[in-house]
Design a protein around this ligand. Sequence first.
Ligand code: MCA
Ligand code: AMP
Length: 518
Amino acid sequence: MTSTDDANANLFAVLRAAFPSNLDAIAVETDDGLFYSWRDLDRASAMIANLLDALDLEPGARIAVQVEKSVEAMVLYLATLRAGYVFLPLNTAYRGAEIDYFIGNAEPAVVVCSSANAAWVAPIATAAGTRHVFTLDDDRTGTLLEVAAQCSDRHTVAARKDDDLAAILYTSGTTGRSKGAMLTHRNLSSNAEVLKDYWGWRSVAEGGDVLIHALPIFHVHGLFVAIHGALINGSRMIWLNRFDPARVVARLPEATVFMGVPTLYVRMLAERSLTKKACRNMRLFISGSAPLLIETFNEWRSRTGHTILERYGMSETAMLTSNPYSPVQGARRGGTVGFPLPGVQLRVRDDEGEPCPGDEIGHIQVDGPNVFAGYWRMPEKTREEFTADGYFKTGDVGKIDGLGYVTIVGRSKDLIISGGYNVYPAEIEGYINDLPGVAESAIVGVPHGDFGEVGVAIVTARAGATLDGEVILAELKGRLANFKIPKRCFVVAELPRNAMGKVQKALLREQHQGLFKR
Ligand code: MCA
Ligand code: AMP
């Protein structure tokens, strides 16, 4: 259903319209034995939406959420949509310095955090002017649910237009400081509708689908691509609050669709229980968020008989390209991210912004209804990231071959993707450079058998100071999300520089690339 003048463009209205007629059917089954019907999702999201409405918030108010994954956390997302507010998910690994920045930048009216973190999150929120702080834990406790239990389970979905904000997701692109990508109801609903068809989701009448959901729900992949994919198709989810390769493999025989970052596939391949028999009921394995090594692609196919479908997306755009689902559209080619999705314009330009002839490598630029509305309160930065004719500069470097397949060959932005999480060297270098005795630092990504790539720090000391790499890493712990902390830290006399005095990161990558190879 797309929005017209009379239809409500609120994404929740689009998803709710796809709920099966039998609301008592199971919508979500958790891996530890809880069952939620479609009616449960509708009632619970209505109760929390009524809680939010009772707070008398400004239109466009942000609801910041840093909680462990749970079905209730998903319901909070749905409630925020249906009440018409702006959902702001935050990685559960973020610590004080990061949360301080996000809440200061987004100024949320409401913050929902885990009870374990409330002691340090609440003061940050209050200092930033947040008037309401609730707790929500993954064992179905917390003040949010206690208050919502007193609210009505009937709620009229707030009317929202295509261009009204639905969510803000922080990402950093080139510079170290995170920017809030503003996503509208239409950005998200248009992408969900395209993927529903493109990935062959089957209606209940066609036998339906069952998605295994094992990704975090504070990023696009788990929050939008996976959840919207299931909900907009009325499909059941088998829900894991934390990824566990053995548990995912054990549930594969009951499922039909799985989505993961490459690390999840690498870890499942290490499970002896992963066999063709375990995958007999599956119809689709999707990978994205980071490059899928051709070795993983090939090993998965020989072990399970399934050819992984790799796709490419961003926080600013949701999904951009996908390998074909049906053989009629073409082969799924490992090492490529397939074709631009219907409605997505994708082009490759050189450093001067001119078209790259043939399949020459250049800067990937995109346009489409899924491309975000800009960075939150950063109009200048937003303008820099779009071309004069309105294409978004992805910061990715790639090419389009003669058959139309897109291949990502690198990034012009200084970005490490570790286990599917983005690590921005500039951000970490900033923290290290502020440590006593440090002259300067460079963070580079090196191959890692499990996470794909991880950060390694190379640091120089001020005159007269002596540094210890382990001490430097220990200093970062507790201040920054653990996944961002470099896995090794080397102290050197000086950093290699080119003629212009720029640190030669490529040289550092080459020096350390063998550190974590399997
Ligand atoms: C955990 N650790 C990591 C990572 N995850 N280190 C580097 N990179 C990581 N990704 C560290 C922890 O800090 C901890 O270190 C130790 O590993 C074990 O932590 P734990 O939480 O137990 O790790 P895990 O459970 O094994 O998590 C690994 C994981 C997780 C399951 C691969 O990283 C994950 O779910 N990644 C998916 C991220 C995602 O959803 N990406 C989509 C982004 P210590 O012991 O020192 O604390 S959306 C996107 O990119 C675009 C839009 C798109 O196209 O989708
Ligand atoms: P994010 O900051 O979470 O929006 O991450 C988006 C970035 O992830 C993209 O700009 C790409 O660099 C990378 N990415 C996403 N999907 C893929 C993929 N299939 N292959 C390689 N890189 C990818």
